[in-house]
Design a protein around this ligand. Structure first.
Ligand code: NCD
Ligand code: ZN
Length: 346
């Protein structure tokens, strides 16, 4: 039985760090274990231009505690007014590593997202030309589409047409939650990858809704049926290089989660690596964890893998804080609902 595992230092290919007091509090939780992260641009107002991304990057680095190293990989929020030249310059300078597509209204702070996909055609073509990946929040927002079907419908109605119309565009389907997402990735080529969150490997929709509603398990895309969770587990632990970790760790204060209209997001940054070791061990795939968390993402983004390592050790039940305090209020840490024995020890 394996009791210790040393892997290349992981990266998080989908992370919400927020800003201000929240950023200050949550950044160390990621930087403790992760070398780099793709930083989501859904601030208010969103990060839409190169100079916004540069200023946000500076605020992140200023919030990093002394003695910690961390590289934020910046993204731009795609709007119908995105300036292709500004975007290309921000990419050429090395600042911006991806552009994020939110269908308007899909999730937290997505009001500036895209309504009419024809309006971004020129920007997408420019991205294909310069090799800048598109990260997509893959859910349609049409009122008549059931929330549990929104990912599958997005693939057929939006993603597949965009990819067919834009040859060479490199796309990451963010936080896939369905077997439809897994199958779509597998049926395509290496220009298409997908991130999978930690929490979607652990919870299905019953965890969210049975025996009382669990607001801290509410995130978008919402957790689906068990068969979909199992498909995600199979994909993440398969060794297929097109699947990699994007935690989508998305902190909201408890008052904002526990309200009549609670915010979507699970805060998994503090315990993600321990939880992943647990999941991969359950699947008999500890040898695939390094690929998922540390190798496949850099390969997709054409970045070097990290030279440092982390070590996970199995021992007594790991204790994680229930909450972390932030200047904006407490943020509850994702509770998997079972004991976890893996610790990041070095
Ligand atoms: C994210 C957030 O809070 O910013 N919430 C979430 O449930 N994942 C937005 C997002 O990625 O959809
Ligand atoms: Zn997200």
């Amino acid at each position: 039985m394996t009791h210790s595992l040393t892997i290349r230092r992981p990266d998080d290919w989908h992370l919400h760090l927020r800003d201000g007091a929240m950023l200050q509090a949550v950044l160390p939780e990621t930087a403790r274990h992760f070398a780099r992260a793709i930083i989501m641009p859904n601030l208010v107002p969103p990060v839409v231009k190169g100079d916004h991304a540069a200023a946000y990057r500076d605020r992140i680095l200023a919030a990093l505690p002394d003695g910690m190293t961390f590289e934020p990989l910046m993204t731009l929020y795609l709007t119908e007014d995105t300036d292709a030249e500004d975007m290309a310059a921000a990419h050429a300078s090395g600042l911006v590593k991806a552009v994020k597509l939110y269908p308007a209204g899909a999730t937290t702070n997505s009001a500036s997202g895209v309504r009419d996909f024809d309006k971004v055609r020129g920007v997408l073509e420019k991205m294909a030309e310069i090799g800048l990946p598109l990260c997509v929040h893959g859910e349609v927002t049409d009122a008549e589409i059931d929330i549990f079907d929104r990912e599958a419908v997005f693939i057929d109605r939006v993603l597949d047409p965009i990819r067919k119309a834009t040859p060479g565009l490199r796309v990451v389907m963010e936080h896939i939650t369905t077997s439809n997402g897994v199958e779509y990735v597998k049926a395509n080529d290496t220009d298409l990858g997908a991130t999978i969150t930690t929490h979607h490997l652990i919870i299905n929709r019953n965890h969210l809704l049975v025996g009382g509603i669990r607001p801290h398990y509410y995130c978008l895309p919402v957790a689906k049926r068990e068969e979909h969770r199992l498909a995600l587990r199979a994909a993440a632990t398969s060794g297929d290089v097109r699947f990699f970790l994007g935690t989508d760790s998305a902190p909201h204060t408890d008052p904002n989660k526990l309200s009549d209209c609670g915010c979507a997001g699970c805060f998994t940054a503090p315990n993600t690596m321990s939880l992943l070791a647990h999941v991969f061990e359950e699947e008999g795939a500890l040898d695939k964890l390094e690929g998922f968390a540390s190798l496949n993402g850099p390969a997709f983004y054409k970045l070097p893998v990290n030279s440092e390592t982390i070590t996970l050790t199995k021992g007594d039940v790991a204790e994680f804080p229930d909450k972390i305090e932030t200047g904006d209020g407490p943020v509850t840490v994702f509770d998997p609902g079972f004991p976890v024995h893996w610790h990041v020890t070095a």
